[in-house]
Write a protein that binds this ligand. Structure first.
Ligand SMILES: [Mn+2]
Length: 242
């Protein structure tokens, strides 16, 4: 089975709970992160180690980007929960794996389930040729310049925008008019799976699927089984923040 998990944000215990709940077997199953494996939460190092140990794949989130750029010195550290990760002997090996991840990736249909695109934030309304965009934002040896490209930043941070793509930087559950959720402009036929929107929470739209149910804020951790088009959630162990 291919499992796509929403924003873990250092919630390693909940990721373990989730893998237990679905009887995850790395010899048979795939774990894909919808981005933001690390930061904000209590155990980024353990979350990253667990993801690494089971052969995890996924897409980059804005907090993953921050961790990579803060580690390399390109970005100034702000309040974060990355001290334990940065002090670990395997930190750079774990981050090297994270650094290779794509920003937009196609997940072919595993048989019975639907095919899908995976991105952390969202898609620009003018991005019609997704294979071409994914060619630019794909897996590879990404240096800091690559990570700081405008298209990368856009796709990992987007929630609300105008029809021309102008983003709004709010993080509330709804968009301030005239801004609308990016998925309101998405006209593709293929399902787009994303994270990054804890206040909106897990939802299923006509062509989009949101997996960030705010585990780090006391919500739950949500995963989608692509093979069976099925959602599994485990409760958060974090105090409820909203
Ligand atoms: Mn995010």
């Amino acid at each position: 089975m291919r499992w796509i998990v929403g924003d873990v944000q250092g919630c390693a215990a909940e990721l373990e709970d989730l893998l237990d709940a679905v009887r995850f077997d790395p010899r048979r199953d795939e774990l894909w992160a919808a981005g933001d494996l690390v930061n904000r939460g209590p155990r980024s190092l353990d979350a990253l180690r667990l993801w690494h140990r089971v052969g995890g794949r996924g897409v980059l989130g804005n907090h993953d980007l921050y961790a990579l750029l803060a580690r390399s010195g390109r970005r100034r550290r702000k309040a974060d929960s990355l001290d334990e990760l940065f002090a670990a002997p395997d930190c750079d090996a774990l981050l090297a794996r994270l650094r290779r991840l794509p920003v937009l990736v196609h997940l072919p249909s595993p048989g019975r389930g639907p095919e899908a695109w995976l991105v952390h934030g969202g898609l620009h309304p003018a991005w019609h040729d997704l294979p071409a965009i994914a060619g630019r934002l794909g897996e590879g040896e990404h240096d800091d310049d690559w990570l700081e490209q405008p298209e990368v930043s856009y796709a990992v941070n987007l929630r609300c925008c105008l029809p021309d793509g102008t983003p709004d930087h709010g993080s509330g559950p709804t968009c301030k008019p005239p801004f609308a959720p990016w998925d309101a402009y998405y006209r593709g036929d293929v399902l787009v799976v994303h994270g990054h929107w804890a206040t909106r929470g897990h939802y299923r739209g006509r062509r989009t699927l949101g997996l960030d149910s705010g585990c780090v804020y006391g919500g739950s951790l949500t995963a989608w089984c692509q093979d069976e088009d099925r959602i599994v959630q485990v409760p958060s162990r974090q105090p409820r923040a909203f």
